[in-house]
Design a protein around this ligand. Structure first.
Ligand code: ATP
Ligand code: MG
Length: 568
């Protein structure tokens, strides 16, 4: 997806929803834009929600409007305060602030109840005694009309009496429901007398035991929108078929405003699952280490992994908003991270798989400080001093005793550059009893300080390193995709597609001293390795780092493959 498709001539974001808003404002159908983000507090937010957040809060910012945060807390059986707190933290972290205090559908329970009684008194709702199974049977199918419930023609008085008794707790769960009286033969199943209230003897996180009947999403949502003066109620495509019901309720109730619902396609992301039900299962069955496991596509997982919020917002901009279902390549998300982090992340040196180098001609017990630039892409980031001494750690992979032709890094008799430091040449390889290389004996050329030889001689490799006596030992967690297949569950149980190698812990990694103080969540680059961020599990004595994303960008390749697939 090219970015330009989403932008108009002046570089403003444009999509079908923004076009509608522009017109509504121009034609004065809308005085001032009001949107809302309506999470159900029954799990943590994921990157799909981030798309919805960026859209709802984004348009409010762009068009000088407001966006409410409204918890759709109509199902107390599954909702918890923990989720409410996490959702607020995630929205803030993404960089958005909601209009006023957070709102709750439960704030409107009394008003919704009054409206339900009104529908009853106007003959537009009735209490039904059918069981859930019977209701399903009566509802008909896509090709067959439904049948009227035998209770459909109760008198208004009887309905009102039963509904009040439902509220007062006289009946048990599922014994009765309140249904709108619309049309059991409607081509739209959502209009076949949809349920407005169900009985749930369940304590609610906010209203406690005040209620034992709860409005359904369909009854609560549009009316809450209307109460809040929401002008554009943006939701995902699965609600498209609910729109006639949304409109029916708004038309048949004395609501204070006339919101309109618009639907856009959900985000699907390759190598991920984005359904709360599945994410809950992953957490509860211990397939991951909690909601904020850095492999999770949750906002809290992405945050812990070190993904900056700006990268998520950039991702949302690039994927755009449409009505067509598609799967976005996870490589695009990685690309957004790299683009941002390449510009903003400071560079540090870390050796993940250390091999000791002894510089034989460097005086024992001495050390010096060498200047290292913090970010070649950003002069303002300045520089730092890095200690250099006689004993250094280098990456084990950067040495080969018997190198093939294309290996240009360190080998016996070969000279390479140590970044920000000197040229070194390897003379000897020390092995242990098992033949394993434990140490390299090298010499350095003091004239190459800073990384260049005065006689102009060249080396073919520049390597990172860490001074042994100054090194900070750390644990580094290398994450891969949580799922091994692009579309988990495409051929069977999605749990079978979990990538068993998605979590690799490296211990005994050696970091330059500046990394001991790296703040949690501040993502930086380990030179030549990737982007990493300190994890809250670490301590200053023993930091823990998460790999945010590697350095190699595969997005262009994915795009080329897709283009080729389209042509062929
Ligand atoms: P899930 O299907 O993952 O359980 P949900 O739709 O039930 O999610 P809600 O808390 O009701 O979750 O979602 C809040 C808002 O976020 C809704 O407007 C919903 O349409 C939107 N949303 C949820 N998932 C996605 C997604 N994958 N892409 C875009 N928007 C989404
Ligand atoms: Mg939902």
């Amino acid at each position: 997806m090219s970015e330009a498709e989403n932008l108009d001539e002046s570089g403003e974001l444009r999509d079908f929803i923004r076009n509608i808003i522009v017109e509504d404002l121009a034609e004065r159908r809308t005085e001032s834009l009001v949107t809302r983000f309506p999470p159900e507090p029954n799990g943590y937010l994921h990157i799909g929600h981030a798309k919805s957040i960026c859209l709802n809060f984004g348009v409010a910012e762009e068009f000088d409007g407001r966006c409410n945060l409204r918890f759709d807390d109509t199902n107390p059986a599954k909702e918890e305060q923990e989720y409410i707190d996490a959702i607020e933290a995630d929205v803030k972290w993404l960089g958005y602030s909601w209009n006023g205090e957070p709102r709750y559908a439960s704030d409107y329970f009394e008003q919704l109840y009054t409206w339900a009684e009104l529908l009853i008194s106007e003959g537009k709702a009735y209490v039904d005694d059918l069981t859930a199974d019977e209701m399903r049977e009566y509802r008909g199918t896509l090709t067959e009309p439904g049948r009227n419930s035998p209770h459909r023609d109760r008198t208004m008085e009887e309905n009102l009496d039963l509904f009040r008794r439902m509220r007062s707790g006289e009946f048990s769960n599922g014994e009765r429901v309140l249904r709108a009286k619309i049309d059991m033969a409607s081509g739209n199943i959502n209009l076949r007398d949809p349920v407005l209230y169900r009985i749930m003897h369940e304590s609610h996180p906010r209203t406690g035991d005040a209620w034992c009947i709860y409005p359904t999403y369909d009854f609560a949502h549009g009316q809450s929108d209307a109460i809040e003066g929401v002008t554009h109620s943006l939701c995902t495509l699965e609600f498209e078929d609910h729109r006639p019901l949304y409109d029916w309720l708004i038309e048949n109730l004395p609501v204070p405003s006339r919101p309109r619902q618009y639907e856009f396609s959900r985000l699907n992301l390759s190598y991920n699952v984005l359904s709360k039900r599945r994410l809950i299962q992953l957490v509860e069955e211990g397939h991951v280490n909690g909601w904020d496991d850095p492999r999770m596509p949750t906002i809290s997982g992405l945050r812990r992994r070190g993904v900056p919020p700006e990268a998520l917002r950039d991702f949302a901009r690039r994927i755009g908003v449409t009505k067509s279902d598609s799967v976005v390549e996870t490589q695009l998300l990685d690309h957004c991270m790299r683009e941002l982090l390449n510009r903003t992340a400071v560079r540090r040196m870390a050796v993940l798989n250390p091999l000791k180098v002894v510089i034989e001609n460097y005086p024992e017990g001495e050390s010096e400080e060498l200047e290292a630039v913090n970010n070649p892409e950003d002069e303002g980031a300045g520089s730092r001093m890095v200690p250099f001494s006689r004993e250094l750690w280098i990456e084990r992979d950067d040495f080969m005793e018997d190198p093939p032709r294309k290996f240009f890094r360190l080998a016996p008799g070969r000279e390479v550059r140590l970044r920000y430091a000197y040229f070194i040449t390897c003379h000897d390889v020390v092995k242990d009893a098992n033949g394993e290389i434990v140490e390299l004996r090298c010499t350095y050329d003091p004239a190459t300080k800073g990384g260049n030889a005065p006689d102009g001689r060249k080396v073919k490799a520049t390597m990172h390193w860490v001074s042994v006596p100054h090194a900070v030992e750390a644990e580094v967690r290398q994450y891969e995709h949580l799922f091994a297949t692009e579309e988990p569950g495409a051929s069977g149980d999605y749990l079978d597609d979990i990538n068993q190698e998605s979590f690799n812990v490296l211990t005994g990694c050696m970091l330059e001293p500046a990394l001991a103080a790296a703040p949690v969540g501040g993502t930086l680059q380990f030179e030549r390795l990737g982007y990493y961020c300190a994890d809250p599990d670490g301590t200053p004595e023993r930091p823990v780092f998460n790999r945010t994303v590697g350095l190699r960008d595969t997005w262009a390749k994915v795009q080329r493959q897709q283009a080729a697939a389209k042509k062929g």
